[in-house]
Design a binder for this molecule. Structure first.
Ligand code: ADP
Ligand code: ASP
Ligand code: MG
Length: 440
């Protein structure tokens, strides 16, 4: 059994690209494997569909938008099945609902509740390649629900889990997971294998090469993910399930990658007037109810001893966050021109120099960290979005992740510097991570 997923970058937009993918799938099938392929919309066609929707309505109804966006993956699946057929390989394309994806939750943010893979299994039993449209399923009412941008990875992993495959192969336009986004850092190095929990932090921190939920699902189910290029034979990266016997040695403790998320926003909730209920546990609960995830959370105290909060949300969630936050009687400031840069790895707080090196490297490059949060697996800082690319390069260099030095060597230019920042670690409140003291 092989479960392969081809993303928009590899499906491309040209007939040659489609034929190239079909040849790759045909080769796997001809080796005798029961072959399941999950596909994304070709190239940037999902973005085009969003633009098209906006020409029809200023605010497209979420149900209709999902109906429209799901057609991108539907087209890919039908076209790939045709191309395979043309090569003499029998194939059957299936929409998400036909493949048995039962999805719950809101439009554009569906969660896979169950997969009844009967039709997929029947196709495999007939010797056909099952080509499944990713990113979509149907809810109990029979409506199409999409899984959120980048969600085809999650479709593929879920199907691999349902079909008891040991591995889900994700084919994309880069040779696997790198020490930073290779489009931003030319010197980024491929990582042969990475533990699932570390990959989950990278994905969460913005390394969009894998959908965060795909990594989490694979981790829970004990399925490995192999990320590799659709255009060459290099082995790529295996994301190894943590509980499959991978040993966590202390020598693994180090920064392995720099991730960035250019689509962040920073929200500052000023101190409430003394007679008003404070923003705090209740505020964060309301944000959670509105499906807004917060990160890099810091509580600060103003001169009169009252508390305020500072945190980041995804830029797409600003409106949803504001609809909750304006109910609180305190000043709310939103800065949507920030990016989040993170160093990711293991044992990061066990090495007291790590946070200091990160801050020192940013400041030495003339970049002001706006807020910072740290955990054993990730240290994240928000910076102005114009500084994002330089911040990623500076951190990649500081932690010696490029070609010349072997990763993890602890003698970088800033090694040992700035331990004072580490001293500023406070107990975080309500955030995912413990927080460092905020910048004033
Ligand atoms: P697909 O269409 O195959 O789903 P994506 O665009 O979603 O492709 O993901 C692949 C992209 O992820 C790469 O082109 C690369 O720019 C980006 N990327 C970000 N961080 C990393 C990283 N650490 N390693 C590899 N690729 C990364
Ligand atoms: N086509 C969808 C998107 O562009 C899903 C995916 O590519 O995984 O977000
Ligand atoms: Mg993707």
């Amino acid at each position: 059994m092989r479960v392969l997923k081809f993303g928009g970058t590899s499906m491309g937009a040209t007939p040659e690209r489609l034929a190239q993918i079909a040849r790759r799938v045909a080769e796997v099938r001809r080796q005798g494997y029961a072959t399941v392929v999950v596909v994304s919309a070709r190239g940037d066609s999902t973005d085009r569909l969003v633009e098209e929707a906006l020409t029809a309505a200023a605010v497209p109804p979420p149900r209709e938008l999902d109906q429209l966006l799901a057609t991108g993956e539907a087209r890919s699946a039908a076209l790939l099945a045709m191309a395979l057929d043309d090569m003499g390989v029998s194939a059957l394309s299936l929409l998400g609902g036909q493949a048995g994806f039962e999805v719950s939750g809101a439009h554009a943010d569906g969660r896979i509740a169950r997969i009844d893979a009967t039709k997929v299994r029947q196709a495999l039993a007939r010797g056909q390649v099952a080509v499944v449209a990713g990113f979509q399923g149907v809810n109990e009412a029979g409506d199409v629900i999409t899984l959120g941008r980048g969600g085809s990875d999650t479709s593929a992993v879920a199907l691999a889990v349902e079909l008891d495959a040991e591995c889900c192969e994700i084919y994309t336009d880069v040779d696997g997971i790198h020490s930073a986004d290779p489009r931003l850092v030319p010197d980024a190095q491929p990582i042969p294998s990475v533990r699932n929990s570390v990959m989950a932090e990278m994905a969460y921190a913005g390394a969009r090469v894998l959908h965060t939920r795909a990594v989490e699902l694979a981790g829970r189910a004990g399925v490995d993910i192999r990320v590799r290029s659709a255009f060459n034979r290099r082995p790529g990266t295996v994301v190894v399930s943590d509980w499959k016997g991978t040993q966590m040695l202390e020598s693994d403790d180090r920064v392995i990658a720099v991730a960035h998320d250019p689509d962040s926003a920073r929200i500052t909730m000023g101190a409430a007037s003394s007679d008003a209920p404070p923003f705090g546990a209740e505020g964060f609960s309301l944000l959670a109810e509105a499906s807004v995830t917060v990160d890099v959370v810091t509580r600060f105290t103003d001169r009169s001893g009252r508390h305020g909060w500072d945190f980041t949300v995804a830029r797409k969630d600003v409106d949803a966050a504001m609809s909750v936050l304006t109910a609180f009687p305190c000043e709310v400031a939103v800065d949507a021109r920030v990016a989040k840069v993170s160093v990711v790895g293991a044992g990061l707080l066990s090495d007291p120099r790590c946070a200091g090196r990160m801050l020192t490297a940013l400041v030495a490059s003339g970049i002001e960290p706006l807020s910072i949060a740290a955990s054993q697996a990730r240290i994240s800082a928000t910076v102005r979005d114009a500084d994002c690319a330089r911040a990623v390069s500076a951190l990649h260099e500081e932690f010696l992740l490029g070609a010349v030095a072997s990763p993890g060597v602890q003698t970088g230019a800033g090694a040992g510097a700035g331990t004072g920042a580490q001293g500023a670690v406070q107990a975080g409140e309500n955030g995912r991570l413990g927080a460092l003291a905020p910048t004033p």
